[in-house]
Design a protein around this ligand. Structure first.
Ligand code: HEC
Length: 179
């Protein structure tokens, strides 16, 4: 079989050129760290400004004062916070069937796991205390919908069903899930 040398040579040259072009277009991974401010950073760079990447601080429950942990809770629930036993929240998980949708061991069911939620709740909504975030998630599930999960799945009935004592017990129980 006769090999078309000219065709072969031009194919090799074209491939090499293509590879060089591709390499030149590849993004420089060290230039930007993906961040919510990326578009602003690119605009700033294009305008000739220096770009600094500031990492957003992630806090844990232990970093907060008592006031910062519980700010915003309604008075009746707040009044129970110092009195109730957080361990009672375990039985309420079954009583209200939370356990059917929320694991405490990291398993993903219909809803997000409560594993580590004591700390996660600190960072979910920056303007809310973790206790208030949890209170609102239980009594008004659509107020903030956790990314990756659908709205309208978690029942909206707990606000009427659960007493202030039970809400305090559940909130403290979840805040105890920090591992
Ligand atoms: C039928 C399933 C279902 C049941 C039952 C259920 N939930 Fe949920 N829950 C969800 C889903 C889905 C989400 C995520 C979507 C959202 O944010 O509404 C969620 C979100 C939450 C969140 C926010 C979690 C996070 O990671 O920020 C809390 C807290 C919560 N539920 C508490 C409860 C409590 C307490 C009960 C029981 C009294 C309960 N849920 C019962 C489905 C359920």
């Amino acid at each position: 079989m006769k090999v078309n040398v000219r065709l072969l040579t031009s194919t090799v040259i074209v491939s090499a050129l293509l590879m060089m072009i591709l390499a030149a277009c590849a993004p420089d991974a060290s230039q930007f760290i993906l961040s919510p401010n990326l578009s602003k950073q690119i605009a700033a760079r294009d305008a000739g400004a220096e770009v600094t990447v500031i990492k957003e601080e992630v806090k844990t429950l232990a970093d907060l004062s008592e006031e910062e942990k519980f700010a915003g809770l309604p008075e009746d629930v707040m009044a129970e916070i110092g009195k109730v036993d957080p361990a009672a929240g375990e039985a309420l998980r079954t009583k209200y069937a939370c356990a059917g949708c929320h694991s405490i061991d990291g398993a993903v069911l219909a809803g997000p796991t409560w594993k580590g939620l004591g700390n996660t709740a600190v960072n979910r909504v920056k303007s809310e205390s973790p206790a208030f975030y949890l209170y609102q998630s239980i009594t008004e599930p659509d107020a903030h919908v956790v990314e990756g999960y659908p709205s309208g799945v978690m029942p909206k009935t707990f606000k009427d069903q659960m007493s202030a004592t039970e809400l305090a017990e559940t909130i403290l129980y979840i805040m105890g899930q920090t591992q």
